[in-house]
Design a protein around this ligand. Structure first.
Ligand SMILES: C[S@@+](CC[C@H](N)C(=O)[O-])C[C@H]1O[C@@H](n2cnc3c(N)ncnc32)[C@H](O)[C@@H]1O
Length: 269
């Protein structure tokens, strides 16, 4: 069922997604040009990509404490929460991290909007976090990761690259998010990239919308990870505070700017 739905979704995306040369001048066109299709200098991020390469070669096994859905390929014991399993670092790096192309999009977007306050749910080894920290060193980034061993690797990576605009919180989202929302009345950029379960993602999204600034935005990753995630994305787009929503197939971006009309757009990525 999921495979068939994905196939149909992809066809629909290819046919109906907007192409840059057909966009009218305005916010959407600027976003497409500066964030989706801009070609940043890859050399700027070569040190982070070297770190990714090292992770992809790392044969060491770590004990993962997983507060989310677990990787698709991991056998899950029913009833145990959080899930605990051993996994090679190279396997986590291969399956959990955003691709270089997606990371460059994240960096472009951070560089273009220059959000002062960024919250990321789901650090893993911090590759995406590193890109956005590099893209705008002025941004104050908080990233939350539930697994202690994964967090330790991410923290070492941040230290070795000298990112001092990242605060890593090792906690499950349910504990850390309410506290973060209480202490941060204005969030300019939110990233939801962990626990890809419909009810959880909707809950995190709803919490973030309470403090998202008028010119802020929330990026939801893996909107087609499962049938549940596809349903969650539909509900998120219809949320009363969301005006423009942009579907890049693997990720969705929601804007809250009241000056924008309520519109659902698919952009070829
Ligand atoms: C897809 S990975 C994040 C990838 C990362 N953003 C990147 O692109 O480099 C998701 C991470 O979220 C963490 N996670 C999932 N559910 C969580 C929860 N409820 N609380 C805390 N961390 C969670 C997992 O341990 C995992 O490392």
């Amino acid at each position: 069922m999921y495979v068939l739905k994905m196939y149909l979704e992809y066809l629909r995306y290819i046919i109906f997604s907007q192409k840059i040369h057909k966009l009218e001048p305005g916010f959407l066109m600027d976003f497409a040009k500066n964030c989706v299709y801009a070609k940043p200098d890859k050399k700027k991020y070569s040190a982070i990509e070297d770190t990714r390469k090292e992770l992809l070669k790392n044969e060491k096994t770590i004990k993962v404490t997983d507060y989310g859905q677990g990787a698709k390929k991991v056998k899950k014991q029913k009833g145990s929460y959080p899930l605990e399993y051993n996994r090679k670092i190279k396997k986590i790096a291969k399956n959990s991290l955003k691709s270089q192309r997606e990371c460059l999009f994240m960096a472009n977007t951070t560089n273009y909007f220059k959000p002062s306050v960024i919250l990321e749910l789901g650090t893993s080894f911090g590759i995406t976090t590193s890109y956005i920290a590099d893209a705008n060193p002025e941004s104050e980034i908080t990233t939350i990761e539930g697994c202690a061993n994964t967090s330790e690797i991410a923290q070492n990576i941040f230290n070795s690259h000298g990112y001092n605009n990242i605060k890593l919180v090792n906690s499950d989202f349910d504990t850390a998010l309410p506290e973060y929302i209480k202490n941060n009345p204005e969030i300019n950029m939110g990233i939801i990239d962990g626990n890809h379960c419909k009810s959880a993602v909707l809950k995190y999204f709803d919490s973030l919308t309470k403090n998202i600034s008028d010119d802020g935005f929330i990026i939801i990753d893996d909107i087609r990870w499962s049938l549940e995630m596809m349903e969650a994305w539909k509900i998120i787009k219809a949320h009363e505070k969301v005006t423009l929503s942009i579907d890049l197939f693997s990720m969705g971006i929601t804007f809250f700017n009241k000056a924008l009309k309520k519109e659902e757009v698919m952009l070829l990525f």
